[in-house]
Write a protein that binds this ligand. Structure first.
Ligand code: FPP
Length: 254
């Protein structure tokens, strides 16, 4: 995968400074990749075919995001609620993850993409968890772009874990309870160190956040599109970025 980023230099820390006439390129885009099953069903194919095509869409969108100058792309690949799916489908998703990492890692690394995980992938099949750990380690010093994959992720669980961590630090006398502010909370979340979230896209016509980045999305722009995820491509991403660029963000101000 070769892309030229439109934004080579890191941007100022707080995103969403409202430029005249629009908001520019979002630093951090997150996607709820929904509709794989419906895509497959409409073609008389097994659900795994939809997920396979969904992984292909993820590849295209990552490339388009990099070219546009997005610094971080977060993809919701497996929610903590997805364990309720039939075992066969879970195995198919694990297999796809295995395949995606094996086939994409070299090229992601060459492109300067750093892989992060939010959620707890340690609960995955041990070989998959190990592959993910190795991919994170190998790409850790890459600076061009971040691909954050949400795996076994749920926002409420993430918030509870952050609260637990801060409470433990307070109980150990490392911090005063009064020192726990929004910045401290941010730093205790799985997304610590990622750019502030600017845009959440959900495909397939559903209009919910489904336990995804609830804290981080407080001031993010939300975009719901009818396209099923496997049909979402570089042009779809560029259209989403154009929609975002036309919005005015006020962060509670006027
Ligand atoms: C939602 O569609 C999609 C998922 C639960 C899995 C997303 C996974 C992928 C796109 C493949 C792996 C991705 C990477 C980055 C390797 P759904 O099955 O809920 O669709 P439906 O609502 O139409 O049934």
């Amino acid at each position: 995968m070769i892309f030229r980023s439109a934004r080579e230099k890191p941007q100022p820390e707080q995103s969403g400074g409202v430029a005249a006439g629009g908001t520019g390129v979002p630093r951090h885009v997150a996607v709820i990749m929904d509709g794989n099953g419906r895509w497959a069903k409409a073609r008389g194919l097994p659900r795994v075919a939809g997920h396979r095509q969904g992984a292909e869409a993820a590849r295209k969108v990552l490339r388009a995001a990099g070219e546009a100058g997005v610094e971080c792309l977060t993809l919701y690949a497996f929610s903590s609620e997805n364990w309720r799916r039939p075992e066969d489908e879970i195995n198919d998703l694990m297999g796809l993850l295995r395949f995606y990492i094996a086939s994409e890692l070299d090229s992601l690394h060459r492109e300067g993409i750093s892989i992060r995980v939010i959620g707890d992938h340690k609960a995955f099949q041990p070989d998959v968890a190990r592959m993910i750990d190795k991919a994170i380690l190998r790409t850790a010093s890459n600076r061009r772009m971040i691909l954050a994959i949400a795996l076994n992720y749920g926002a409420r669980g993430e918030i509870v874990n952050a609260a637990r961590l801060l409470a433990a630090r307070a109980a150990a006398g490392e911090i005063e309870p009064g020192e726990i502010d929004e910045a401290a909370f941010d730093a205790a979340l799985d997304t610590a160190g990622l750019p502030p979230l600017d845009l959440v896209i959900r495909t397939s016509g559903e209009r919910r956040l489904s336990n995804f980045l609830l804290w981080q999305a407080a001031y993010a722009e939300l975009l719901f599109v009818d396209t099923l995820w496997p049909d979402f491509d570089g042009d779809s991403l560029r259209a989403a970025l154009a929609d975002y660029a036309g919005r005015e963000r006020r962060f509670g101000g006027r």
